[in-house]
Design a protein around this ligand. Structure first.
Ligand SMILES: [Zn+2]
Length: 267
């Protein structure tokens, strides 16, 4: 196994552990609970989990999806979030170091961790939005912050500080533009068109993807949201999951497309 795949495997395992923490964030932040204290416990019987009840994926399978104490069913969401986040981290590792050929040095690893943290936060926001049709500002601003810092890490690595400046500018223009649009539509229709949360997500998207990628991701998100919106005409459709999926699609495709264009331009 070569170094790239070894690294991707490491990222997968780290992603599993972070996914386990995301479950805590997803469950507690919308309820206004502290994410660090108390330790994990069964929401049904309140019994504290032992470390071996907390091993990502494996514990859920070993316990066959039930609490070890009261045997109450544990949602499949827990292992699902762990697996999704692990796959996300593995895919981002391959994209960043294998496809984009980001130099593998200190700044490169910091860049990877910040990008992975941003997408993990978007995953948590998506799961929360599915359940509550609202997302916590703390997680939302965390994603925006790590996306901007990731641009800073690339600027530090390349010595080209315009990368950081452009990401900040894109985030401000995208969030500001969307806020203005929502305000105008709200004035015209006398209804609230978009939440403040979507505006912050737009800033994160633009910081990650730049202005062009931002518009492509918005378009992909709208396309993905059409079918569920038609199917569930009378119920609300959360938009953050589609924005996140559009953002991930564009981020992962950007590398291969840039490489294709490069090969074409340089013959
Ligand atoms: Zn229990």
């Amino acid at each position: 196994m070569d170094a790239l795949w070894m690294g991707a495997l490491g990222a997968f395992v780290l992603g599993l552990m972070v996914g386990s923490f995301l479950n805590v964030v997803i469950h507690r932040t919308p309820r206004g609970e502290n994410i660090a204290w108390p330790g994990s416990h069964c929401p049904k019987c309140g019994e504290s989990l032992r470390w071996y009840h907390n091993v990502p994926l494996l514990s859920w399978m070993a316990l066959r999806g039930r609490c070890a104490f009261c045997h109450a069913p544990i949602s499949v969401r827990y292992p699902l979030v762990e697996l999704l986040n692990a796959l996300l981290w593995g895919a981002l590792w391959i994209d960043i170091f294998g496809i984009r050929h980001t130099p593998f040095d200190g700044a490169g690893i910091v860049y990877f961790l910040l990008i992975a943290a941003t997408f993990s936060a978007l995953l948590a926001l998506s799961m929360i939005d599915f359940e509550f049709f609202a997302v916590p500002d703390s997680v939302n601003f965390f994603a925006l912050g790590t996306a901007l810092l990731a641009a800073g890490a690339r600027a530090w690595q390349t010595g080209d500080w315009s990368i950081a400046r452009d990401a900040l500018l894109a985030a401000v223009v995208a969030a500001g533009g969307l806020w203005l649009l929502a305000w105008l539509i709200g004035k015209a229709t006398r209804k609230e068109a978009m939440g403040g949360a979507d505006v912050i997500v737009a800033g994160t998207m633009a910081a990650l993807l730049g202005p062009l990628g931002f518009f492509v991701a918005l378009f992909v998100a709208a396309l993905l949201a059409i079918v569920p919106s038609l199917l569930a005409r009378d119920t609300m459709v959360p938009f953050v999951p589609f924005l996140s999926l559009g953002t991930l699609t564009v981020y992962l495709l950007e590398g291969p497309i840039l490489r294709l264009i490069g090969a074409w331009v340089h013959g």
